[in-house]
Ligand binder design. Sequence first.
Ligand code: ADP
Ligand code: MG
Ligand code: ZN
Length: 474
Amino acid sequence: MADYEAVIGLEVHVQLATASKLFCSCPNHFGSAPNSNVCEVCAGMPGALPRVNAQAVHYATLVGLATHCEINQNSVFARKNYFYPDLPSGYQISQLDLPLCEHGYLDVMVEGQSRHIGITRIHMENDAGKNIHAQHENVSYVDLNRAGTPLVEIVSEPDMRSGAEAVAYLKALHSIVTYLGVSDGNMEEGNFRCDANVSIHKKGEALGTRAELKNLNSFRNVQRAIEIEIERQKDILEDGGQVVQETRLYDAVKNTTASMRGKEEAHDYRYFPDPDLLPVGISDEQMAAWRAELPELPASRLARFTAMTGLPEADAEVLVSSRAMADFFEEAASHAEARKVANIMIGALQRALNARGCTVADTQFSPAALAELVNIVENGLISATIANDIVPDLLESGAMPEAYVKEKGLVQISDTGELEGIVDGIIAANPAEVEAFRGGKTKLMGFFVGQVMRATKGKGNPAAINSLLAQKLQ
Ligand code: ADP
Ligand code: MG
Ligand code: ZN
């Protein structure tokens, strides 16, 4: 069959974690009692005047800087008119002709390959309220707590070619906004949302008609929805049909998409500059200060961490999965060998965090404790096995490793006198294996080491055990 190429562009909405809403001083807080964080402005009362929240402009600018955008130091808010019950003013305040940020990009790694994804624009806008249908059989309610919450919408160029690329780009964006601390990035609570535009065409030909997929609330669903949409469009074209431009809703349970509505165009919204708001001006001094504030971003830290540890990027990625994790690694690695610190974090620590469903910041574990743990393996006080085994306890208790292993009697037995007695016992108890070993079956060394280890409950020093066994089995 003809080879089609898929084309994907993403529109990502990120809720900014400001203290108050975008145009009023109501708290920007998830989970309050319905309609408790609402005033005349965010309820859209006629005559109530909006005022721009400086912290939102600050946060949105940081997102633009971190994604290599040009920042328009004079950007303009515009009204996007449409009717919906959760939008009492009848318009959303957004940006069209002069958005805050334009012409950015992200370079992301996909299956070992670097991909350059253009960012068309990033604009600020307010969120709508929420309609609640599930509470009553015949009545729908409206909760305006979310109305007026600050969002940035990050619109990409149609530069992605597969579901995997879209997810890689989305994860890169997600880690940037959470590193910057400008958003909680919680996809389930809807403060990091994505719409995917998908089309297919034959290489070298013009782009195909796109469908816009909504309701993608996890990375996995983004990938699955894009993949089944590509297949759906292929089937249509191969049957001689045409893809129609429309908005489709993804159903994660059935793993299908269904048409929701025809696609509206910008002119349907009758955009015009909001007469209640002046252009947003950012001074040169302010820009310089915000630029200076940018933290080191995940891509650069990943490059540095792979160099420090010699680990492949795919492994080291765990270390930059959140800013807390990266700071933790960096701090611990300044007091112990980086590679060994990384190994514990990627293995035992990550497993323990997954099991508890929390992040390292939620535990009692400290970078100093991790460094100490690595160092007491290094100096022979405990074995690497014990070190990995006690990580969950250290997370729970906040104990320092050296004191902990001494108290629990986990200290490694390096004393040759004590080990010698155990080795002699094992040799005496396994005459057949000893004979086979002496007859040339040297692979049995592993068996003897294992037996001694078991007898010492994992506390025997492996180097000492090996050399004692080698001596005695000769
Ligand atoms: P709209 O509001 O109509 O969705 P936007 O400009 O906000 O328009 O977003 C359009 C999105 O669709 C962008 O991410 C863009 O990259 C993407 N896009 C445009 N054309 C195509 C296409 N042919 N196939 C896939 N994605 C496309
Ligand atoms: Mg759009
Ligand atoms: Zn308000």
